[in-house]
Design a protein around this ligand. Structure first.
Ligand SMILES: [Zn+2]
Length: 131
């Protein structure tokens, strides 16, 4: 008699905890956790990339991982980051180190020092606030 009541309590508590877990599906919960982790990685890698005190090697790795993480998790990198990474080889295009930057006819022409990829951006729009 006592045993049966105990069994019923155990079963009820199991069902309760299952319902708790089902309030949000496991898939959507995992997705949210994954996206939060990806976002915090992007934030951390961005500070590494834009930190002028770190060595070029570290910043190169940060740039590569940023592109890789954003691609894997379908995240959009902020303009302040994307403009400083080569689109073709992911080299950080740091002024004077990883890239040659010239202003020509209202465009900022950025040439990657590693692969020679050229990127042209209008100077007037939005550049002031990014750097
Ligand atoms: Zn390049």
């Amino acid at each position: 008699m006592e045993m049966r009541r105990l069994m019923r309590l155990v079963l009820e508590s199991q069902r309760f905890s299952m319902n708790e877990g089902n309030r949000m599906s496991r898939r959507s919960r995992n997705r949210r956790v994954r996206e939060q982790r990806a976002q915090s990685s992007v934030d951390e890698l961005t500070t590494i990339l834009l930190n002028h005190n770190l060595s070029n090697r570290v910043r190169t790795i940060a740039a590569r991982d940023l592109v890789r993480t954003a691609r894997r998790h379908n995240l959009r990198l902020p303009d302040s980051v994307r403009h400083w990474i080569c689109r073709s080889c992911q080299n950080p295009m740091l002024p004077g180190v990883g890239a040659r930057i010239r202003i020509r006819r209202g465009f900022r022409v950025t040439t990657c020092a590693v692969c020679g990829h050229i990127r042209r951006l209008p100077v007037s729009r939005g550049e002031g606030k990014n750097e």
